[in-house]
Design a protein around this ligand. Structure first.
Ligand SMILES: N[C@@H](CCC(=O)N[C@@H](CS)C(=O)NCC(=O)O)C(=O)O
Length: 271
């Protein structure tokens, strides 16, 4: 898969971890692939909305290993946000709080407690462990590992991913139902908000939840190639084929994704 997702013409200029460690300011460690990984796109999106500039850093070392990433961040997933010499922030919640601190406006975390409960509750269903994206990833690992023609390098890669993210065949089989449940809730929420005259998931202004959904929707239906020039192999892999998931996807959700990208996020998506 590695060569299939390689960057042909990169818009982002990636520095190495070694170079990035000697810099100050904001550095975002990203998988340097032409794939709109949802945590990566959401992290980029949040800093973009807040107009906070950053240097992109390739997560893999020169030899393709994660040694440098582990040494710097004490973990081996991306994205990671590093501000000056503060601790590296490798989770979506920490990244949001960092962005909010560096640029308090536009605020993406609601001021009112009830709304914050909604943001982090729904946000966790989309981005958190065993949530929407996590479940999708289990189905992707399952599809890979169930393919008898998978080559050795990919079998090794996806077995690694499976061990890292709690894969079992049973967990993968249960995953679409979890995805469908979350989509139903998100769709119902948008409908309620629309009935109240709001264009947003929470209250009447943009919050991080709108960005979470817009970016994580790629896991069901990536934006068209002119807006998301991603690797073709992954486009197919991301596109939903599960009937229960398809049935749970309200058209409002895709409309909302388009609206948020059009009005607030960088298009075309840059890799
Ligand atoms: N740590 C992030 C999630 C990031 C994440 O899961 N990244 C995955 C995307 S598939 C990753 O880096 N995978 C590459 C790998 O595990 O080698 C969070 O919980 O906020």
């Amino acid at each position: 898969m590695a060569e299939e997702i390689a960057l042909n013409s990169s818009k982002l200029k990636y520095v190495s971890i070694e170079e990035a460690r000697n810099m100050t300011g904001l550095r975002l460690i990203l998988g340097a692939y032409a794939v709109p990984g949802p945590w990566r796109e959401t992290c980029k999106g949040i800093f973009y909305v807040k107009k906070i500039p950053y240097v992109s850093v390739a997560s893999a070392g020169k030899d393709g290993s994660d040694r440098e990433l582990r040494e710097w961040t004490a973990q081996v997933s991306a994205p990671v946000a590093v501000w000056n010499d503060e601790r590296p922030r490798s989770t979506w919640i920490e990244q949001l709080y960092l962005a909010e601190r560096l640029a308090p406006t536009p605020s993406l975390i609601p001021a009112n407690t009830e709304d914050r409960l909604l943001l982090f509750g729904y946000g966790n269903e989309i981005c958190g462990e065993n949530g929407f994206a996590w479940s999708k990833r289990l189905t992707m690992i399952h599809a890979m590992l169930s393919n008898p023609k998978l080559d050795e390098a990919n079998r090794k890669r996806w077995t690694y991913m499976g061990n890292k993210y709690g894969y079992s065949a049973a967990a993968a089989e249960a995953a679409p139902a979890r995805m469908a449940e979350i989509l139903q809730r998100l769709g119902a929420r948008l409908e309620q908000q629309r009935a109240k005259g709001s264009k947003f998931f929470i209250g009447d202004q943009l919050s991080a939840l709108d960005i979470y959904w817009a970016t994580f929707a790629a896991l069901i239906q990536p934006l068209p190639p002119e807006l998301c020039p991603m690797a073709t192999a992954f486009r197919d892999f991301y596109t939903n084929r599960d009937p229960a998931v398809a049935a749970a996807l309200s058209p409002l959700l895709l409309e909302h994704r388009d609206f948020i990208y059009r009005e607030y996020l960088e298009l075309p998506i840059v890799f």
